[in-house]
Design a protein around this ligand. Structure first.
Ligand code: FAD
Length: 400
């Protein structure tokens, strides 16, 4: 009887797990194991671009690629993982209950922005999932139909981390594209930190500060949002900011499916995994991408919830899950090189290397790299069997 590797999720980690598992099975000429990907859509959603305009274009089809490498795609949403019974219960394309058994499971169901329980939070937009990002885009385009007011021309970005900064610095151009080049637009970042870009450390702070000044982005530091409504936000200190557009970017949490695997999780909900990305204490379950709490090197650094890590984690998890069925040696996940490429809108971008984020490229040079990363490097390989399998080698370093 055929054995089955079941991968839940078709994001960066799920896609690369599937390709890498198919690659190792192919190398061992092993046709008795099928690789199945279960996800709500057979497409890669390019989350790192969801703060940009034209967000509906930020997907890449996966069906031709899966067909080329012999991966079976099942459309559905996983609801329950039965670790003891080795099966996953899901809702199929017709929303009917269905079950898939597995010999090995790879959990790659990603993460979501954590919307806090604040009064009026439903009025806030986000750029975390494509549906929300499309909703924001429709809203921005419709602003021009409202009478001119300071609230109409103001965007509040809650959270000044990586996503908050990329979103905020893109907003002046997006607002002017909707409201006219001469519109008097305002973008305000609300952040709990006491310094600009605190979450990114000291390295890129001068560039973030310079870009914010040049683009007219205001920072409210040591501040937090107490409530949201259709016309703006009220801060914890009682200050009021009138804004028709509030974008929530603070806080991310691993997919809630992690809660169904009896194992230790970190503060972000990620499953503790060993160097081979097997969930500690669960021989048949691997975790990868944003759901894995994985050591990235010997120096004490852990993979971040990032595309850069998700691609490499995916290649490792796919290789090692197949290795565990083939009885061959796994290849420990290792990703000592870490880079950051932070988009700063019309100012450019800042590219850093190392966990201490040493500046390497800024402005146009940084932007050229960011454009390359966002429009080429993170996209799936072509639907060509040999090329796609070769690209999934877990020993290929990822710089994205
Ligand atoms: C605005 C924004 C900007 C970002 N910028 C960067 C950046 O510049 N650089 C960088 O490295 N990272 C960036 N990131 C982070 C990066 O996008 C994530 O870390 C990455 O997408 C994680 O990949 P993943 O495969 O683990 O999860 P995801 O890409 O989230 O994929 C999860 C997959 O699981 C599926 N899924 C979820 N639940 C279920 C279920 N119940 N059943 C079946 N399938 C399910 C989803 O449909 C999806 O296919 C950014 C993220 C955002 C939102």
């Amino acid at each position: 009887m055929k054995q089955r590797i079941l991968i839940v999720g078709s994001g960066f980690a799920g896609l690369w797990s599937a390709l890498s598992a198919a690659r190792l099975l192919d190398l061992h000429d092993h046709a008795q194991t099928e690789v199945v990907v279960l996800a709500p859509q057979a497409e890669l959603r390019i989350r790192p671009r969801f703060y940009e305009a034209d967000v509906h274009k930020m997907t890449a089809p996966l069906e031709p690629l899966f067909a080329a490498v012999g991966v079976r795609f099942v459309k559905g949403l996983a609801e329950r993982i039965d670790v003891a019974g080795k099966h996953v219960e899901y809702r199929d394309a017709q929303d009917a209950p269905a079950t898939l058994a597995y010999d090995r499971l790879v959990l790659a169901s990603g993460s979501k922005v954590l919307r806090p329980r604040l009064a009026g939070i439903e009025h806030a937009f986000d750029v975390d999932q494509i549906e929300q990002a499309v909703r924001l885009e429709t809203h921005i385009k419709a602003l021009a139909q409202l009478p001119q007011s300071s609230a109409r021309n103001t965007v509040v970005v809650a959270g000044g981390g990586f996503t908050g900064i990329e979103t905020a610095t893109e907003m002046p151009a997006r607002l002017r594209a909707a409201l006219g080049e001469d519109a008097d637009v305002r973008v305000i970042v609300i952040d709990r930190g006491s310094q600009i870009g605190a979450a990114l450390g000291d390295g890129p702070r001068p560039q973030i500060t310079e870009a914010s000044a040049e683009l007219g982005i205001e920072w409210r530091l040591n501040s937090s949002v107490a409530s949201v409504d259709a016309d703006g936000v009220t801060l914890a200190d009682g200050q009021r900011i009138d804004a028709k557009t509030v974008i929530w970017t603070a806080g991310v949490r691993a997919s809630s499916l992690t809660e169904q695997v009896p194992a230790e999780r970190d503060a972000l909900g990620r499953l503790h995994v060993d160097r081979n990305l097997q969930v500690i204490g669960q021989d048949a379950v691997f975790a990868t991408g944003d759901v894995a709490y994985a050591a990235a090197d010997e120096a004490g650094n852990y993979a971040l919830m990032s595309c850069q890590h998700a691609i490499a984690l995916g290649r490792s998890a796919g290789n090692n899950v197949a290795a565990s069925l083939l009885g061959v040696a796994p290849i420990a996940y290792s990703q000592p090189k870490y880079v950051t490429c932070l988009d700063l809108g019309a100012w450019g971008a800042v590219f850093t290397e190392g966990w201490d984020r040493q500046i390497k490229f800024v402005r146009e040079e940084g932007k050229r790299l960011k454009t390359q990363i966002n429009s080429i490097w993170i996209y799936p390989p072509a639907a060509n069997r040999a090329e796609a399998l070769a690209a999934a080698d877990p020993l290929i370093p990822v710089v994205a």
